[in-house]
Ligand binder design. Structure first.
Ligand code: DMJ
Length: 673
């Protein structure tokens, strides 16, 4: 029973208001009657009996109490917010894109409604995917752990402070350093030979495997800060001289166009998110919102635009939850579809985005095998997000067709496929390098993406690795490095592209996902080889292609380099594999190797006015001959994998929740059935 009295001072008589509310009031003639209708009538009668002033005062008091209620609600702590958010999170996906239905739910939570969070997110929150729900689903390796939000945010603020200090320190340091000139470029001689100073220390946890159980957030360490500094330096060049264009030409302080779609900017979006570069991300987002237009009379390469643009937009959508990126992804996805209109359904290499026409290269009707089989992760994810199965259907058909084709050699595929006949061409040449590389990578990654159910993919992957072991592995002299060569009409060549260095990481990922343990052993030996491709070279940077010595010769190293192959394009593959190896073993040597590589990029490829450049000669430290081009994958992949390699936080893009596309854009793993 409740009885309340409200007293208000004022003019006589009417100034005193007494309101009594309680069940007593409801007792009238006829005894206790608590029917809803009776209560409504009784209250209304009482209300009518009050003077206008009394009513106004009561209304005012109710309004006042309501305002107090709202204020106290909004000032409640994080815990309360997370409780209230949790239930609405589940409904967001459908609300943000009308009619959107997920064909397959993802292991990751649905991204937050874009417009709701845009411009109002906590600083550096972009380093992490949106908050996962507390419920755990699926097998233990796919379960989502409860977030550690408060402490993590604190760490991010500390990190940004440290980054700012680092930038300041860097400015001071730069003015003190001497510089050397060579062929039109000025390179800082010992840039970042030591990690830049910072208050933040490396985490004590020695291994990422142990890190799985840790409860405390992992602070960003000095090496990661050095990556952030490198990214900012590269970004400065792009912003100053190439903003909105495809690639920076850092020496001539200009740019080059490939597709005319701001390739570097799009490729770098999710890296900025992961590195926590809020301002840079925000500025780039604005460009995407206002300047990125796909309705252009421009020919693009299907594979390159899929892995860099579609992949970049999709992963940025997942990390940020901003629907702008999904809208752009849908737009380009639709515009790429004409590529599949071929007699065999094997797509053409080129598409005109504005005209909706597609064609093969001028000199052939062939497509590259790696290109037509490394667009699947992106198109499948686009179908899952939009509910439109046409994207997935088109790329699945390619894989099913390639699965049945003859012309393979123990699972190894030739490099070309004809868009008319659908058959492999140029038979008899097998490589894990250019034109075939990511076919193998995507067999495994599609299998992982789809919840490890698509047996044909796994079958093809396992068979191919057996083919690699049988036909392509050899050991070099004098160090007996295991390497992956090439087979040309039965003849073994000891040639290995740097591109092949994706393989140790892929093998390790497979082993982590339950495949043969000997894949991990092979990964360990191959990553050592890839590291030696850097370590045995004068600049400490790998050339594009090496030839291994099969016979010991006095004074010769394992690695030989031909003049035409001695360039370095800032490629990511070795760092990518180092990242996986460190994640799965916790062996610090992989971080140390990556650190050496970063320092050598800083020594030989960094351009003082902003940006990094490809070089022509990794064998000449005094004149590495800069090429005047910063490839978009340096920001999209190389620096991202560096940052993740140096991290001890397995939740910073957890590989049990995300699968990286071949351009290092993380896409969610779908929930297993
Ligand atoms: C990137 O575009 C991708 O990693 C692709 O798979 C291979 N080439 C470059 C990087 O080397």
């Amino acid at each position: 029973m409740y009885s309340g009295t409200v007293a208000v001072a004022g003019p006589p008589l009417r100034d005193f208001i007494s309101v009594t509310v309680g069940p007593e009031e409801a007792v009238g003639v006829g005894g206790y009657n608590n029917s809803k209708a009776w209560r409504r009538r009784s209250c209304w009668r009482k209300w009518k009996q009050l003077s206008r002033l009394q009513r106004s005062v009561i209304l005012f008091l109710f309004a006042f109490l309501a305002v107090c209620g709202v204020i106290s609600y909004t000032s409640m702590g994080e815990a309360w917010k997370s409780i209230t958010n949790k239930s609405s999170d589940d409904q967001r996906t459908e609300q943000e894109i009308p009619g959107l239905k997920l064909a397959n739910p993802a292991v990751l939570p649905a991204p937050q409604k874009a417009d709701a969070i845009h411009g109002d997110y906590p600083e550096l929150s972009r380093q992490k995917p949106p908050k996962p729900p507390h419920v755990r689903r699926g097998p233990s390796n796919l379960q989502i752990k409860a977030p550690r939000r408060d402490t993590r945010l604190k760490t991010r603020h500390d990190t940004m402070r440290a980054v700012e200090e680092l930038v300041e320190a860097d400015k001071v340091e730069k003015t003190e350093k001497s510089i050397i000139s060579w062929r039109g470029a000025v390179i800082e001689p010992d840039q970042s030979t030591e990690p830049p100073s910072s208050k933040i220390m490396e985490p004590e946890k020695p291994s990422s495997v142990e890190a799985e159980d840790q409860k405390e957030p992992v602070p960003i360490n000095e090496r990661q800060l050095a990556v952030i500094e490198a990214f900012r330096h590269a970004w400065k060049g792009y912003k100053d001289f190439a903003w909105g264009h495809d690639e920076l030409k850092p020496l001539s302080k200009s740019y080059s166009e490939w597709f005319g779609l701001g390739l570097t900017l799009i490729d770098a979006l999710d890296t900025m998110w992961i590195l926590g570069l809020k301002d840079e991300f925000e500025e780039a987002r604005k460009w995407v919102a206002t300047d990125l237009v796909f309705d252009k009379n421009v020919d693009v390469n299907l594979f390159e635009s899929t892995i860099r643009i579609l992949g970049g937009l999709l992963s940025t959508y997942h990390l940020s939850g901003d629907s702008l990126f999904l809208e752009k992804a849908k737009d380009i996805g639709n515009r790429l579809m004409p590529a599949f209109k071929t007699p065999s359904k094997i797509p053409y290499s080129d598409v005109n985005l504005g005209r909706g026409t597609a064609h093969p290269p001028r000199w052939t009707s062939d497509s590259t095998v790696a290109e037509v089989t490394s667009i699947q992760l992106e198109f499948r994810e686009l179908s899952r997000l939009t509910g439109d199965e046409k994207f997935q259907k088109a790329v699945d058909e390619v894989m099913k067709h390639v699965h049945t084709l003859s012309g393979k050699n123990d699972g190894l595929v030739p490099m070309f496929i004809n868009t008319n006949s659908g058959q492999f061409t140029h038979l008899g040449v097998y490589t894990l390098g250019a034109r075939a590389d990511s076919y193998y990578e995507y067999l495994l990654k599609q299998w992982i993406q789809g919840g490890k159910k698509e047996n044909e993919l796994l079958e093809d992957y396992m068979r191919a690795i057996e083919g690699v072991k049988k036909h392509l592995l050899q050991r070099s002299e004098p160090k007996k490095l295991t390497f992956v060569g090439e087979l040309t009409h039965g003849h073994f060549s000891a040639k290995m592209d740097h591109l092949v260095c994706f393989l140790p990481g892929t093998l390790a990922l497979g082993a982590h996902n339950g495949l043969a343990a000997d894949h991990m052993k092979l990964a360990e030996t191959l990553i050592e080889t890839c590291y030696q491709m850097y370590a045995q070279v004068e600049t400490g940077l790998s050339p594009e292609i090496v030839h291994f010595n099969l016979h010991a010769q006095k004074g010769h190293k394992d690695v030989e380099i031909k003049p035409a192959d001695r360039h370095n394009l800032l490629r990511p593959e070795t760092v990518e594999s180092l990242f996986y190896m460190y994640r799965f073993t916790g062996d610090k040597k992989y971080q140390d190797w990556g650190w050496e590589i970063l320092q050598n990029f800083n020594r030989y490829t960094r351009v003082p006015t902003g940006g990094y450049t490809s070089i022509n000669n990794v064998q000449n430290p005094s004149n590495p001959e800069p090429r005047d081009k910063m490839e978009s994958f340096f920001l999209g992949e190389t620096l991202k994998y560096m940052f993740l390699l140096f991290s001890d936080d397995i939740d910073l893009i957890n590989v049990d929740k995300y699968v990286f596309n071949t351009e290092a854009h993380p896409l969610p793993i779908w929930v297993p059935a």
